[in-house]
Design a binder for this molecule. Sequence first.
Ligand SMILES: *Cc1c(COP(=O)(O)O)cnc(C)c1O
Length: 455
Amino acid sequence: MTTQNLNRTLEELDLKYIWHPCSQMKDYETFPPIVVKNAKGVKLYDIHGNEYIDIVSSWWANLLGHCNEEINSAIKAQLDNLEHVIFANFSHEPAIRLAESLSKIVPSRLKKFHFNDNGSAAIECALKMCFQFYLQTGKPQKQRFMCLTEGYHGETIGALSVGAVDLYTKIYEPMMMKTFPITAPDCYRCPYGKTRENCSCECFEAAEKVFAEHADECAGIIVEPILQGSAGMRIYPPLYLKKLRKICDDYDVKLIADEIATGFGRTGKMFACDSAEISPDVMCLSKGLTGGYMPMSITCVSQEIYDAFYADYNEGKAFLHSHTYAGNPLGCAAGLAVQKILREKNILSQAAENAKFLTGEMKNIFENHKNVGEIRHVGLIHAIEFVEEKNKKISFDSKKRIGYEIYKRAIKHGLLLRPLGDVIYFNPPLTITREELSAALTKAKKAVNEILPPF
Ligand SMILES: *Cc1c(COP(=O)(O)O)cnc(C)c1O
């Protein structure tokens, strides 16, 4: 069989057997899956020899480039010692060292680290912990959760319940628990007519109202700090988080920060909460935690929460939540390597320099495009929202699938630019170079202008 035939067979076999995530599989008949053979740094190479700049960090996870030599060797070394072990009553050095290392960088209230194997599981844990905390500290009426509209926290039923992106939640509503959504900040279409520069988070009054009405029955509020990723990379000011910290303390409600997407330098600070100088009571980490190598997550909690579970066994206060692969040593080895690189290689300040460069270049190229509604950015994350009418900020009909059309065109030009509705974004590895950013911008410009003429 020639290589080309073999390759064709792989794509056919994929369609024959695999049900891909977050996809309408019928789309794959006209736009077949890209079978990736290998990757290095920001580049993916498919079986036909085509290359793609992975400007979305393979679903925001790949933090320091693909096939990073240090992370690769850490995992290889760990593999020959211990691949996995039960994490109840047993432990291992990589997990211990990783927890120790995280304890030095996480916000101040967070003292204990509960390991899981994916982001949604970390969210489920956070919700269950807060619920059980109040049950065991004399406030059993605190059973519900507040969340922000447009929030995204994963796809399991509990995580969906606190999420509010209709696209993912609507169908499953009958299965979900009742929550109290708070209208999220919307800085591009600010209902108060403010701009990012002159606002004092007037929109926080929506939170005040929901707290006043429902805080008594709520164990927690969960938010994506600073950046509502799946909502279309919506960015809101640190002041909002400051106000949230205060109101949570006032009403005795736990603040859960979902830093699964924002953690480890994505927003310019180590954690998005750092930009507001606040500490949540619970923080969920995944994605960049292992550099995007291994499925792993950690729910970090305050001493106060931990202490409410600490008792004689027969009091029945333990947190009986486990996942088979919790604390997987290969994931922890990857996580440790990531921490070492972040500490030793000045990654955040280098990324900050490149972020400035990217902001300038992206504005140069796209600001005057007739369909560019807003260019927003935090850290290296840069997003462009396309609209049908720029002056009135009117969106395209979603049936036109503008983002998806740009995505398909970008793939042709060698750029993996997965959209969120009509928002396209860069969320590259923190190690990306200026040359690579420029190359990605050139490809993005071509793709955008072919789908939406600039004038
Ligand atoms: C990805 C993501 C999750 C879910 O993590 P999974 O590992 O995909 O379950 C939750 N919250 C945020 C903010 C995310 O970006």
